[in-house]
Every structure is written in structure tokens, then in C-alpha cells.
Write a protein that binds this ligand. Structure first.
Ligand SMILES: Cc1ncc(COP(=O)(O)O)c(C=O)c1O
Length: 369
């Protein structure tokens, strides 16, 4: 790769996993069974084991996973569910889809995960659950969040959509809450060749209810006992995800290595989002700079792709206006300064060096201007 060849933000084509992915697809086609079959069952048990959870239930996507986990906990109309302001809007949209009201609260300035104090401040008698987001792959501050949930008897549904295999204080995320949810959108640390998601739980009743809700609320074939949805993980995605699952520990280790290279090589003038826990799995590597837009343009000129996670906090999104969210100044300031640098397991050390060098050159030129 030369200094001017394109370095895209991500690369979703199968790499070392390609032969196994192709074999998985061929197997499903050969079998001729495409929805809720042996591949989904095999993936569910492999994924549950990888997460150190008792049950995993495959669903159509991460958004549905949140909605169905909340519904399985009997949370819906009239209830409030706390979500952080800085996340994929889907976290909040999933709460709305459950019938509940999202209560959007601010994030901590260093890690940009849910601020436990802000969370405690909005609890009312209507609050039924907290959905902490392990943003960018970093566990939210679960000890403090759990204390609030315990004090007010709230459920916790952890949004692990960006945090496959992350740990908090050495404990696998999602295993100490009522339920936790994952997305297998292609860009995720474990991604399919399309949409996919899962709910993990240690509670047999929640797993059974999510299984029923994902399949139209059927107790058995053609007997619908509640208004469920159609949100089934398909056999092709399940087969691909299972083929990729055993690569995930090595891919995660590589993400951590690349993140530490960035931390060592980037100028002090750019602020990387802080790492509170080494269980961080670096789904993304965002940095902050007031001149964010100029930096993105400079990197684009040099052939380096970036994205912004996220340019608009939930508190400022039109879609949530009806819920009259309070201002979330920490999230709003971050949203104006964040830019995510390329980070995925197929990047070379030299790619990271090139990005860091280009960022540092921009910062130097900018400070001299
Ligand atoms: C933090 C977070 N929550 C929820 C979602 C929704 O997942 P999906 O796109 O699979 O519905 C995503 C991914 O977009 C996400 O990053």
C-alpha cells in the first residue's frame, strides 16, 4: 500500500474466513432449509457458550433484539426506559417499538457511556428498565448502573451491539443482567452477510418468551397466543456467523493491538475516547477534535475513510422530539467533535501508522495556521 492508495473505513469482504463462509453457505443451500432450522440452533448454542450465557436466541437484527427483550420483561406502554444520548438511534427506536417511552440521559465525558448519576436523576415510579450501551466496544459503568437498578428494582437490558466478547472487570458483559442484546450487522465485530441479532439471558422464561415473540407469538404452529413479530435469524446468516465465531477471539485481540498502536502514535492534541476497562473490544476508534470536519476532509484527501459515531445525539434527533428529551450537553459537544478512524482486524500496523501520521500532520498544520 502506498501513501496515496485508498484506505477505506472498513472492508466487509470475507478474508481468512472466506473458505469457511463459502462452505457454510453451500451447506445451507444443499440442505434446502432456510428459516429457523439446525444452523440457527447450532449458532445459538455456540454463541451462548462464547458469551458465557445460558441461552441465546437469534432474531432478525439488534434493534428487534432490544424490543423483544423489553417485551419479554413485560415492559411496554406507560413504562419508561432509560437510554444514553450517544448511541445508534436504534437503541432508542427499539424502546419506542416496545411501546415504552425512552428517557434519554447524558453520557460521561471521558468514555461517552451512560452517566450513572444522570441516570439516577431521572428515575421515576414509571421507570422500568435501563438500557446501557457498551459504546464503541467499551463496557458502560455497570457497577454503578447495577446499584441504581437494584435500588429501584429496574430491569437491565445491556446493548452489546458493538461489544461482542467484551468483559467488565473480567466478567463477560451481559451475563449479570436480565438480558443483553447483540447485532450481527455486517460491520459489527461479529457480522453476517446481512442483518442479524440475538438476545442472551440466563433466564429460561425470558428466552422462551423471546423465541415466541420472534415467531409471531406462536406457542406452536399456527397457534398465536400473543401479538409477536416476524424477526427470525435465517439459516444462511446463522451458518455464516457460526463459521466466523471461532475467528472472533483473534480478531478481537487484533482490534486491541491496533487501538494501542493508535494510542501510542497519535499526537496528544487529539483526544481518544478513554479506555476505562481493558475488556474494551474496540468496535470503533473515535477521536475528538474541535476541527473535526476539517480533519475528516484532510483524511479523505489522503484517501483515508472516516465516519462519525454519532453526529446527532438522540436528545437532538427529530424522531425523539415527541418525548421532549432534556438537553444532553456532554453528548452534544462530543457529537460535534467525534470522528472514527479506520480500525478493523485486516488492517496492517503500517495502515495505522499512516493514519496516525496523517492525523498528526493535520494537527501540526492546523496549530500553526
Ligand atoms: C449500539 C447499537 N445499538 C443498536 C443497534 C441496532 O442494531 P441493528 O442494526 O442490528 O438493528 C446498533 C447497530 O446499528 C448499535 O450499534
Amino acid at each position: 500500500m502506498t501513501e496515496s492508495s485508498p484506505l477505506p473505513f472498513t472492508d466487509l469482504r470475507p478474508g481468512e474466513d472466506a473458505p469457511e463462509v463459502a462452505a457454510a453457505i453451500a451447506r445451507v443451500i444443499e440442505r434446502g432449509w432456510f428459516v429457523l432450522g439446525p444452523e440457527v440452533e447450532a449458532f445459538e448454542s455456540a454463541f451462548a457458550e462464547a458469551c458465557a450465557a445460558r441461552f441465546a436466541v437469534g432474531v432478525g437484527n439488534g434493534t428487534d433484539a432490544i424490543t423483544l427483550a423489553l417485551r419479554a420483561l413485560d415492559i411496554g406502554s406507560g413504562d419508561e426506559v432509560i437510554v444514553p444520548a450517544l448511541t445508534a438511534a436504534f437503541t432508542g427506536l427499539a424502546v419506542i417499538a416496545s411501546g415504552a417511552t425512552p428517557r434519554i440521559v447524558d453520557v460521561e465525558p471521558g468514555t461517552l457511556t451512560l452517566d450513572p448519576e444522570a441516570c439516577a436523576a431521572v428515575v421515576t415510579s414509571r421507570t422500568k428498565a435501563i438500557v446501557p450501551v457498551h459504546l464503541y466496544g467499551q463496557p458502560a459503568e455497570m457497577t454503578a448502573i447495577r446499584r441504581i437498578a437494584d435500588r429501584h428494582t429496574l430491569a437491565i437490558v445491556e446493548d452489546c451491539c458493538q461489544a461482542h466478547l467484551a468483559t467488565e472487570n473480567g466478567v463477560p458483559i451481559g451475563t449479570t443482567s436480565h438480558a443483553a442484546v447483540f447485532s450481527f450487522y455486517p460491520t459489527k465485530n461479529l457480522g453476517g452477510l446481512g442483518d442479524g441479532g440475538a438476545v442472551i439471558t440466563g433466564d429460561d422464561a425470558i428466552a422462551t418468551r423471546v423465541r415466541r415473540l420472534r415467531n409471531g407469538g406462536q406457542r406452536d404452529r399456527y397457534h398465536h397466543v400473543e401479538p409477536g413479530v416476524n424477526s427470525r435469524l435465517d439459516e444462511l446468516q446463522a451458518a455464516v456467523l457460526r463459521a466466523r465465531l471461532h475467528f472472533l477471539p483473534a480478531w478481537t485481540a487484533r482490534r486491541r493491538q491496533l487501538a494501542s498502536l493508535y494510542r501510542r502514535q497519535l499526537s496528544d492534541a487529539v483526544t481518544a475516547v478513554s479506555e476505562r476497562d481493558p475488556g474494551h473490544v474496540y468496535h470503533l476508534f473515535p477521536v475528538r477534535l474541535e476541527a473535526r470536519d476539517d480533519l475528516s476532509a484532510y483524511l479523505a484527501q489522503a484517501g483515508i475513510g472516516t465516519l462519525i459515531h454519532y453526529p446527532v445525539p438522540l436528545s437532538d434527533q427529530e424522531a425523539f422530539a415527541a418525548y421532549k428529551p432534556e438537553a444532553c450537553p456532554v453528548a452534544s459537544k462530543a457529537a460535534a467533535e467525534l470522528v472514527s478512524l479506520p480500525l478493523h482486524p485486516r488492517l496492517a500496523d503500517t495502515d495505522i501508522a499512516r493514519v496516525a501520521r496523517t492525523v498528526n500532520a493535520f494537527v501540526k498544520a492546523h496549530s500553526e495556521a
